[in-house]
Design a protein around this ligand. Structure first.
Ligand SMILES: [Zn+2]
Length: 288
């Protein structure tokens, strides 16, 4: 990874979704089994993609590395099965897919699963949706999560919901205020707020800038905010804390890369957002 990342422009998509083939083939069963999954995938147009399709997209559009995120299943067993798939896909990909596993912190087995995922090569947890799984990020489960993330040097990626705004499938998952509190209480953790951190850089422009260390990804921007949010986010957080994220397959990787290029000015700034920030966060430059 060392040469791949720092001797030429690296493109890292920090927010993609892949599922085991089994979920795609038995979609109806999973729709009945998990309310959040049903909210997002009951619409037959909502695509479910596999690791092979992600790798094909990466080849086509020059993406070096993708972070493949798990799904916040309510049932621990479903989290484990999905984690197995992500870990296997990452292991087979020779560094091109980075696995972020998912757990339900309300489950007794969650801590053990985090340890297992770390041993098998996961680099983080996500896309975390504490409210969909009914556990309190600002309470005891969140404190446990923070301690485990620190111990295993895990990046935590949260789905964050903006205040107000329009409704969309899968909107609820973590309120902006809860995310903000957790991030402020854990400045030593690597924390990513998906979807421009629920609008945090522009929703609370005066409050968080001083001591907040969280990152924001650009996932699904086109369905959530006007394009001007790039400028707002960069002016308040700088380019060092913004990460390219597509939400593949919801948005094509090509379209998301082009969007970043069109809205972030400066060659160095673009390089940071398109991959170098992510390489740093994932410690790809120091890993063998
Ligand atoms: Zn999300």
């Amino acid at each position: 990874m060392r040469t791949r990342c720092y001797h030429r422009r690296v493109i890292i998509d920090f927010h993609t979704h892949i599922f085991p083939q089994e979920v795609r083939e038995n979609r109806e069963e999973y729709l009945k089994r998990d309310r959040t999954f049903a909210e997002m995938y009951a619409n037959p147009k909502a695509k479910i993609t596999t690791a092979e399709e992600l790798l094909q997209s990466m080849d086509e559009h020059g993406v070096d590395v993708s972070v493949a995120l798990g799904f916040a299943w309510r049932e621990h067993e479903l989290c484990v099965r999905h984690n197995d798939y992500l870990l296997e896909a990452a292991a087979k990909s020779k560094g091109r897919i980075v696995a972020f596993c998912t757990v339900n912190m309300a489950a007794d087995e969650a801590a053990g699963e985090i340890v297992r995922c770390a041993k098998l090569g996961a680099k983080g947890l996500g896309e975390l949706r504490p409210e969909s799984q009914a556990w309190d990020l600002n309470g005891e489960p969140g404190a446990r999560l923070g301690a485990l993330a620190k111990e295993h040097q895990f990046v935590l990626l949260f789905h964050v919901t903006e205040i107000g705004g329009h409704e969309y499938a899968g909107k609820n998952g973590l309120q902006l205020g809860a995310f903000y509190r957790f991030a402020m209480e854990h400045p030593d953790l690597a924390i990513v707020g998906a979807h421009f951190a629920g609008g945090l850089p522009f929703a609370m422009p005066e409050a968080p800038q001083v001591s907040l260390t969280a990152f924001a990804d650009t996932a699904a921007r086109r369905f959530l905010y006007p394009e001007t949010v790039y400028q707002d986010a960069v002016s308040r957080w700088g380019t060092e804390r913004i990460l390219l994220g597509s939400d593949f397959p919801l948005v094509s990787q090509k379209a998301q890369i082009e969007e970043v290029r069109a809205n972030v000015s400066g060659e160095r700034e673009q390089r940071l957002v398109l991959g170098e920030n992510a390489a740093r966060l994932l410690r790809l430059d120091t890993d063998a």
